[in-house]
Design a protein around this ligand. Structure first.
Ligand code: BTN
Length: 252
């Protein structure tokens, strides 16, 4: 049976803000002061939103879900990127229980609607003496944007644009927390291996051409038990790209 909001691990403590530098930064401050696992920071607008690989994450105030979730899993730091693949599975779960849209994952963790990016996920780890202290799992989901600037219009979309109707962001956040709570419980119980097939079932990347960080190109053929992408290079060899590394795929 689905847990009630009070039974969920995620979202027992929620800090909702109008404006913040970054929900990641704010949650990090709370985590350093001992905030419990599952604490969430959400905001209507970020002035210094963080994206992957040091990029900025821009938002249209009040149109997105901008959330950071505090996780304290008992795993090695090397496993942290897997959590972002787990989160991508949960985002797709949440989108599929809502309006009629087909959501797919572009490796490792972008969620696409109609082939355009609607959601980005950023896992940031804090470690001490080689051990994981906590993970800030940041999720930015484009919900009610009716348009995007010309320079990203062919690469970005929102749930509203893909479904044709404006969406209730609070209801969506609840669905997202339900889904993530369930998937995170699976991850803690069985590790990533059990979630691999769920990721593959939602994958847009398998069968596509990608370029590995070293410059080799090939076709993505599989995901291994650790969440690394397996690419059959044009020379025939299989290249393994770990999920913490950048990959350049079409539209990236
Ligand atoms: C990406 O580059 O694809 C990841 C983007 C992650 C953005 C979210 S929005 C909420 C949270 N706070 C941030 O500053 N970044 C993440």
């Amino acid at each position: 049976m689905k847990p009630t909001a009070a039974e969920r691990l995620l979202g027992r403590v929620v800090r909702r803000l109008q404006e913040v530098d970054s929900t990641q930064a704010e949650l990090g401050r709370l985590a350093d002061r001992g905030a419990p696992e599952g604490t969430i920071v959400s905001a209507e607008h970020q002035t210094r939103g963080r994206g992957r690989r040091g990029r900025q994450w821009l938002d249209a105030p009040g149109e997105s879900l901008l959330v950071s979730i505090l996780l304290r899993p008992a795993v090695e730091p090397a496993r942290v990127p897997q959590l972002s693949l787990v989160a991508a599975v949960a985002v797709v779960d949440a989108l599929q229980t809502g309006p009629a849209v087909r959501a797919l994952i572009r490796w490792p963790n972008d969620v696409l609607l109609d082939g355009r990016k609607a959601c980005g996920i950023l896992p940031e780890a804090s470690t001490a003496d080689g051990r994981l202290r906590y993970v800030l799992l940041g999720i930015g989901l484009n919900v009610n944007q009716a348009d995007f600037p010309p320079e990203i219009r062919d690469r970005a979309t929102s749930l509203r644009l893909a479904s044709g109707v404006p969406q209730d962001r609070d209801a969506l956040l609840e669905r997202l927390l339900d889904a993530l709570d369930a998937r995170y419980a699976e991850f803690r119980a069985r590790g990533f291996a059990g979630l691999r097939s769920e990721w593959l079932r939602r994958a847009a990347t398998i069968g596509q051409r990608v370029r590995a960080p070293g410059g080799d190109e090939g076709v993505a053929v599989d995901l291994d038990e650790d969440g690394a992408l397996l690419v059959r290079g044009d020379g025939g060899a299989v290249i393994r790209i770990a999920s913490g590394e950048p990959v350049h795929a079409p539209g990236h």
